[in-house]
Design a protein around this ligand. Sequence first.
Ligand SMILES: *Cc1c(COP(=O)(O)O)cnc(C)c1O
Length: 392
Amino acid sequence: MSDFFTHLEGSWDGTRLPKGTLCNTHENRPIVARYDLAAVKRSVTRDEMARRPGGMWKYRELLPLALSTEPISLGEAQSPLLPCPRLGKVFGLERLFIKDESILPTGSFKSRGMTVAISMAKELGVTKIALPTAGNAGGAAAAYAARAGIECHVFMPRDTPVVNRREALLYGARVTLVDGLIHDCGKIVRENAARKGWFDFSTLKEPYRLEGKKTMGIELAEQCGWSLPDVILYPTGGGTGLVGMAKAFAELTELGWLEGSKRPRFYACQSEGCAPIVRAFEKGDRLAQTWENAKTSASGLRVPAAVGDFLMLDAIRASKGEAVAAPEASIPFWMQKAASLEGIPLCPETAVCLSVLQNLIQSGSIRQDEKVIVFNTGAFQKYLECLLEPVS
Ligand SMILES: *Cc1c(COP(=O)(O)O)cnc(C)c1O
């Protein structure tokens, strides 16, 4: 394990857990990795780290893998932070940026989580993994598992986008189509894991996918000159992106690596067809209830129940942000706008964020002089079904 990764911690009650053993959850809630940040600070400066070539693995001291171990990697590059002046004008924003994660291996930010989690699984001797997916996680897990020589079992809803089904098969995963949604798939994994010898790779049910997603936040901080933006809009499903960025900003704060005291407000964006986090946020609850009959073309957001719900809701509230839903019907409009005005094709999940942004500008929650970052979490090419719909 990395020289700086000290232990694991139950996120529900703070119980200290040893590193170096395979684990899933504690009290049925996520487990997170903790580091000796004082030692990191003595060992490397933020500028030395930033100057290293390459993408997310340059933040090695803040990742759990032993420094001497070669990661299981597909060459994850730094994703660009693209200024969007023409799209910004639509909202009256002078500083709108899209952080374009679609360029990452397998076409989504899911690869950040998988390169770290598969590297750690390999290190810990795992030979078989299984996971439920709403789409992109299955493809990313299958690709990195193939690269590591690990057997991969993917469970996905029968109506998952065709590209997600085919990519997982292409990477050699055993794919099972399930009549249900991601939480039904998760139940199958949970009930069969012990008997079949699978390590459960579900979102936030192993500690290291989160560490990979955390690098989105570190990278964004570096690209912004270590001075964080006012607002981040993030399409929210299982929550590792949001929770990972919050963890990144907390660790960078503890390291003293951030300029100023400004921390971004997180806006968790969901579709009105599946908005359990929005509903819990509005009710003032810390835990979210399962969303019935979830339906959205933003397949990555079709997550009716999330084990990390309280981590998301805590992070949103602590940042003074909000969880907001947008109408399903607004998705094609915003995909068309971003692509035609900026040449940036968005996944439907991110189109939801632009619809939310419009509402929040109109309501005054986001001011036009603020610096706003929207994450494009996936490549539009993976959504054939959505693209075949007429774009208004
Ligand atoms: C998984 C996924 C999301 C949701 O991300 P979480 O971090 O799980 O909340 C959003 N967009 C795309 C394209 C995804 O694949």
